[in-house]
Write a protein that binds this ligand. Structure first.
Ligand code: MN
Length: 150
């Protein structure tokens, strides 16, 4: 996403320089899934297919469904793509023990895919519309915000 700096410095209505297209690897449709997880603390796991894995965030409260709502999203380890269809009970004594149920799933189309800023459209049954996931500089490592855009 090196072109962002180039583009931010220029007003392409006024300069004849080329704007350049931002090529996003994940511009093709990919999958997203939200799993409800009754672990020691009930939470939702929000997962996006990026570069062949499910990038994952744990959302302690619930999902932002109304415009402008935002939720803390704590990044966790990448999960395999196959995890997107997992439902079941993780046994006692195992990591994340408790019931897992798919809460929503569908397609994601990325508009922006940067290190600390993702913008995308979700087409699921419960989540549908434009969202932003960003990591504010002031936040602790792993802590992101998931925002439902207007
Ligand atoms: Mn979980």
């Amino acid at each position: 996403m090196v072109l962002n700096i180039y583009q931010k410095k220029r007003n392409f209505n006024k300069t004849p320089e080329p704007k350049g297209k931002i090529k996003v690897k994940g511009l093709k449709k990919a999958i997203f899934v939200v799993q409800e997880h009754w672990a020691s603390h009930h939470h939702f796991d929000f997962r996006l297919e990026i570069d062949g894995v499910l990038k994952s965030w744990a959302i302690p409260k619930n999902l932002p469904q109304k415009p402008r709502e935002k939720r803390l999203a704590v990044q966790v380890e990448d999960h395999p793509l196959e995890y997107g269809s997992f439902e079941g009970k993780i046994p006692e004594g195992q990591y994340g023990a408790g019931k897992v149920k798919i809460w929503d799933k569908g397609e994601v189309t990325f508009k922006r895919l940067e290190k600390n800023l993702l913008e995308f459209k979700l087409e699921g049954e419960k989540l549908s519309g434009n969202f932003t996931l960003l990591k504010p500089e002031k936040f602790e490592e792993k802590n992101w915000l998931l925002i439902r855009n207007l």
